[in-house]
Design a protein around this ligand. Sequence first.
Ligand code: GLP
Length: 241
Amino acid sequence: MEVIIAKDYETLSRQAATIIAAQIIGRPDSVLGLATGSTPVGTYKHLVALYREGIIDFSRVKTFNLDEYYGVAPDNPCSYRWFMEENLFKHINILPENTYIPNGLAQDTAAECREYEEKIHRAGGIDLQLLGIGGNGHIGFNEPSDNFQSATHLVDLDPQTIEANSRFFASPDQVPRQALSMGIKSIMAARRIILLANGKAKARAVYEMIRGPITPELPASVLQLHPQAAVIIDQEAAALL
Ligand code: GLP
């Protein structure tokens, strides 16, 4: 696992955007795995700037997002679909039909998850997966558990995750209790992974991910086994290393 310590959030975001831009220039029909949360917002801003400068073209790029809240409609401002439209998609020339996010309103969640995996497979797999990390070490919405085997599935969110994500909702009781998330298996199948973390609230999870044992109790620790994983963190997130 390559560890890159950036001076600050701005530098981290620029570095992540540079890696993604290089991927798109090298392969214009790249398949990107994308993340939500506050961490990648700066990266998306830099990608939009690179697009506006004519340096990158998204017209052949496909994207698959990690997750979506269960029971939340795409036009709900708390949905991850909304987040992606606002922070990236509406500012670039990606084709709407090339942006995939699990359907939070699916009636048959098992079928939705199976089809999501099939779509990734049909697209040729994910070339570059962008990740954040939860304070409990989750990636996507893969909460601490007893195995690494899952493909896309319906997840029960941890109380800690509900609490952490309540800042995006009017109150904690409005945070959905479940989500559809790509699994650890789906994430590990990506050819290349970059995980971003900033701020001291992530320092413990970052330490455990890099230096701790590989255990599903700290889901991000599985990245130690990925041959092409890089972690880009700011100095605060690196404080315990
Ligand atoms: C959510 C998302 C994760 C994200 C995490 C951290 O739970 N499902 O993909 O990495 O939050 O969010 P933030 O970047 O806001 O700290």
